[in-house]
Design a protein around this ligand. Sequence first.
Ligand SMILES: NC(=O)C1=CN([C@@H]2O[C@H](COP(=O)(O)OP(=O)(O)OC[C@H]3O[C@@H](n4cnc5c(N)ncnc54)[C@H](O)[C@@H]3O)[C@@H](O)[C@H]2O)C=CC1
Ligand SMILES: O=C(O)C1=NCCCC1
Length: 315
Amino acid sequence: MSASPVFIAAEVVEKFLKFPELIQQLERALANFSHGAEGGVVQPLRTIVPVAKYNGFLGVMPAYSAADDSLTTKVVTFYEGGTSSDLPSHQSTVLLFDPRNGILKAVIDGNVITDRRTAAVSAVATKLLKPALSEVLCILGSGAQARSHYEAFTEMFTFKEVRIWSRSRKNAEMFASSMKGAIRVCDSTREAVTGADVIITVTMATKPVLFGEWVKSGAHVNAVGACRPDWRELDDELMKSCVLYVDSREAASHESGDILQSGAAIFAELGEVVNGTKPALTEKTTVFKSLGMAIEDTVSAKLVFDSWSSSTESE
Ligand SMILES: NC(=O)C1=CN([C@@H]2O[C@H](COP(=O)(O)OP(=O)(O)OC[C@H]3O[C@@H](n4cnc5c(N)ncnc54)[C@H](O)[C@@H]3O)[C@@H](O)[C@H]2O)C=CC1
Ligand SMILES: O=C(O)C1=NCCCC1
């Protein structure tokens, strides 16, 4: 009989899933993914079940990485506008299996994994695509992803100024006062975006909040929200005038409202830039459209599980 799976809680994931190691691991995973079959990543398009009655969705995100010998599936729910003020709008769990025999080894809190791996991938995009002189960072949104992105970006890069905008000024102020370092709270998206070199959109918006006319030429945008075909964060002008990078071509052309509705052409996958098969056009205005990939969870979960296992062995 197989041993019962271990449960790894959010506090344990927080302890073991750290930047910059996570960023390095995910850069490698993005490269493997974009190598096709040779890269050893098996990742079908995720399944999304709409729960229309409650404006919610359930997503199932399986993947296998031969390089990491890691087999997982994440189950994630997300609710437009959240469910109640006490609950996160996105809740997830990652199941880690023994790839040799299919035994379930661990049930891992997925919220910290989702927040940190998404920010880590945006950090990879930013490292490769930001303009040479990047002094001003702007974050639109003040939720869980805004926090993880702020933490990753202030650890990995040096900005002279960080700005935040949120729909309610109170939330933006709460965000600014809860994080380490100076953050300028802006009253409008336009004020936050104007002159910014790196922009991160991490909202639950379903209509554009970022307009091309405000974006400085040559800036880099990490577009993290709008993961449904009928949701938008960026307007047509920005989508059509930028050089567009994505995590997965397949996912982007099925799920991204910003891409499907604007008709913008995809230039490259981020992993192709890491592999050197597509260039990083840092002098142009670039957008990295992130939808989130299961392989990011697979690599993160393995990292957490291995670190946790070593820590219990040494006890
Ligand atoms: N690309 C990826 O890998 C991932 C993307 N996401 C997406 O990132 C976005 C942010 O996620 P979380 O921070 O976890 O959510 P959250 O619920 O913690 O924060 C959402 C933020 O968006 C704001 N917001 C909600 N509706 C808005 C609107 N109509 N206009 C402007 N702002 C609005 C909220 O006030 C809040 O500041 C979501 O769209 C989510 O689906 C989440 C996980 C992974
Ligand atoms: O990659 C993920 O995880 C998610 N992406 C879009 C929204 C739901 C969670």
